[in-house]
Design a binder for this molecule. Structure first.
Ligand code: AMP
Ligand code: MG
Length: 401
């Protein structure tokens, strides 16, 4: 048995970022940048009005209730028809360029409007209500960095620079194999002694959520022949995930396959609960994680080991689940030998976060994972965590009230 951090470090030391590829902006959401984005322009491109109102020379408003001649209208998208002289105003709309001569905009609400005339009720300062050229982004700024995750705001910034294509890291193809004689596909009738292979679908979804492309290869029987055959279909992948067959049972032969022919098993068993029987190695030269079969163990091991690997392949900077600290609402006890991951429900309580365990923590109780929005991490060595102590929570599902 090795500690969780050591297991993760050893896995990640075998993982490299994939090559980059050109991606259209409309396909870039959720990917990771493979280039620094340097702005080729100022944003805004020119000084423009932040308000609907009147563009004037600010010095002309030194006297309250000063009167101006309105020389023309300037809607957004139009260009100024001429300079603004002393005692003159241009009726300007939000986003329209500031006409030459003007150095401030008076909000419409601070004026009395008449035909071709306006009375400005307020004294204003130079620069008021003007959005300055380059105040958002300056030409030459590195506005997004290599390795950055592309969310809606990053897409917006790229669109404002008219970057319709960018370089992103390739998405890894992740082969998924479920193992076990007891497993049925979800569209097959459940015969006596069989169960539906839920792991196939949780793993497909976990891979997608982590930005990978799942390659589902189906269910392998608990025979060396069947496993070898199905693993050979994984040759096109960047990472292999199997579930089941890594415990100490008579039919747990994933480890055996990992040790045979030119494959390699690098380690087996991690100091964690659930998730102890994780196996890591190489199959056909491809990094392979033998995840435990129990549905919760499989998910927890995915979050701790497979997800960071999938993210590293995409060039991501942050590989771990986001964590928060929260006050524990129910005391917990454990043995000191391993790190425990307890399914928890995080809630905001007054000004802080509180977390409650979901109840029964058996590693087969998948429904509790669907109620949970985090994993409470109780470190190795710790035995008692009292009610009211703060605990570290890894966020698995970003939804809480
Ligand atoms: P194993 O590690 O292969 O002994 O699997 C442990 C337990 O996990 C099995 O008894 C099944 O109940 C469950 N299990 C294994 N694979 C799957 C799967 N693909 N979907 C749902 N449950 C599974
Ligand atoms: Mg099995």
């Amino acid at each position: 048995m090795i500690p969780v951090e050591e297991a993760r470090d050893r896995i990640l030391s075998r993982i490299r970022a994939l090559p980059k590829e050109k991606v259209g902006l409309d396909e870039a959401l959720g990917r990771y940048l493979a280039e620094d984005i340097v702005s080729d322009r100022d944003i805004p491109l020119w000084n423009n009005s932040a308000m609907d109102g009147y563009a004037v020379r600010s010095e002309d408003t030194r006297v309250q209730s000063s009167k101006f001649k309105v020389i023309y209208d300037l809607p957004a998208g139009a260009i100024p028809k001429g300079p603004v002289g002393s005692g003159e105003a241009v009726r300007i709309m939000t986003g329209a360029p500031i006409p030459p001569g003007a150095d401030a905009v008076v909000m419409r609400e601070d004026t009395l409007e008449a035909k071709n005339k306006v009375t400005i009720l307020k004294v204003i300062k130079k620069g008021d209500n003007i959005r300055k050229k380059g105040e958002d982004i300056k030409k030459g700024d590195v506005i997004l960095q290599r390795g950055e995750h592309i969310g809606p705001a990053q897409i917006g910034v790229l669109a404002s620079l008219q970057r319709f294509s960018i370089f992103c890291f390739q998405r890894p193809v992740v082969a998924i194999i479920s193992t076990g004689d007891e497993l049925s596909e979800i569209d097959e009738p459940i015969l006596p002694g069989k169960i539906a292979s839920s792991n196939s679908y949780t793993l497909i979804s976990l891979v997608k959520a982590a930005g990978g492309t799942p390659l589902y290869l189906g269910i392998a029987k608990d025979t060396k022949k069947d496993l070898m055959e199905i693993f050979s279909a994984a040759k096109r992948s960047d990472l292999i995930l199997s579930s089941g067959g890594v415990s100490v049972g008579d039919y747990d032969i994933v480890k055996e396959v990992m040790k045979s022919e030119s494959n390699r098993m690098e380690f087996w068993q991690v100091e964690m609960k659930p998730g102890k029987p994780l196996a890591f190695g190489e199959i056909h030269g491809i990094p392979a994680l033998g995840l435990p079969g129990n549905p919760v163990s499989s998910m927890v091991s995915f979050y701790e080991f497979a997800r960071p690997a999938i993210l590293k392949m995409q060039g991501a900077k942050n590989l771990l689940l986001p964590t928060v600290t929260a006050r524990l609402k129910t005391p917990l006890q454990k043995k000191p030998d391993r790190c425990h991951y307890v399914r928890g429900i995080l809630k905001r309580e007054a000004s802080e976060l509180a977390v409650s365990p979901t109840g029964a923590q058996g590693s087969g109780i998948l429904s509790s994972m669907s109620q949970a929005n985090c994993l409470i991490v109780l470190p190795k060595g710790k035995t008692v965590v009292k009610k009211g102590e703060t605990v570290e929570c890894k966020i698995t599902h970003a939804s809480w009230g």
